[in-house]
Design a protein around this ligand. Structure first.
Ligand SMILES: [Zn+2]
Length: 279
């Protein structure tokens, strides 16, 4: 969802080994193939697991996975086997690692006002993977013929934000931050993917629009990482609204899920307790 991975989300990566640094050398030149992306995805998922805390609750995990599977069932054939993870973090954020590893922060689930908003976030992240945005970012770095750290530094200089933090860290989370530094086109394309796919999956695509509004309300004077990305959240909401208006209306789409989201939110609060989770 965000233009970049959470700054706090990458801070713990300091302890993660920078195994990924060797990968560009191990892979051949040219476009990142599906197989190469799978290798990269497995490697990064392992590093991310060591760098973040996953919510230890299978019910919440399953809830997120089922929404993801609904979206995927409406997305046509996919080259990857997607996996969904719930990360304990008090920042509203979500990100995708290569080959369909999708990470949703607990605060994103807590902030969602209904299931269609959460489905919008998940569909957007699937959109980045399905449209090969992550592979494109990886290729961009590789085709520049420079080392991984140098690429992250370049992203920091030109893109600012999380990449700057990531540059100091190394490891899988830093790589995830870099690979999630999407430009305007990619963000809009992922939004478009979400708005197209959500009705086929049974979810009201207005959930994406209202989540943008939720984001703006929740972030207050400290913009969420989503909001600091380009294009501006208001522009994205407007583009999504225009696309929804142009699509044929579908009756009976799900906005609320009969209190299931609220139960899931309560479970998250109980499992996490009062301790802050900001990394
Ligand atoms: Zn995004």
């Amino acid at each position: 969802m965000p233009g970049t991975c959470s700054k706090r989300g990458v801070r713990r990566a300091a302890r993660a080994p920078a195994v990924l640094l060797t990968l560009p050398l191990a892979l051949g030149c040219g476009t990142l193939s599906v197989q190469e992306e799978q290798v990269l995805g497995r490697q990064m998922a392992g590093e991310i697991r060591r760098g973040l805390v996953f919510l230890p609750d299978r019910v919440v995990e399953r809830y997120v996975r089922e929404i993801g599977e609904d979206i995927l069932a409406a997305s046509g054939p996919q080259p990857f086997e997607y996996r969904f993870y719930v990360v304990e973090d008090d920042d509203i954020n979500a990100f995708a690692a290569p080959a369909g590893h999708i990470y949703i922060h607990t605060q994103t689930i807590l902030a969602a006002k209904n299931v269609s908003e959460l489905a919008g976030v998940i569909a957007h992240e699937i959109g980045h993977v399905a449209r090969r945005h992550i592979a494109q970012n990886y290729n961009r770095q590789r085709n520049m013929g420079i080392g991984y750290q140098a690429a992250v530094l370049a992203a920091a200089i030109f893109g600012g934000g999380a990449a700057a933090t990531a540059a100091q860290l190394g490891g899988g989370l830093a790589a995830a931050a870099y690979l999630n530094s999407f430009g305007r086109e990619a963000e809009l394309e992922a939004d478009t993917f979400a708005v197209e796919t959500m009705p086929r999956a049974g979810y009201d695509p207005n959930g994406l629009v209202t989540f943008f509004e939720t984001l703006q309300q929740e972030s207050g004077d400290r913009p969420a990482d989503f909001l600091s990305s380009h294009p501006a959240t208001a522009d994205r909401a407007q583009a999504a609204r225009a696309q929804i208006a142009a699509q044929p209306p579908v009756e009976g789409l799900e906005i609320h899920d009969n209190g299931r989201l609220e139960i899931i939110q309560r479970r998250i609060e109980l499992v996490m307790g009062d301790r802050p989770r900001r990394y």
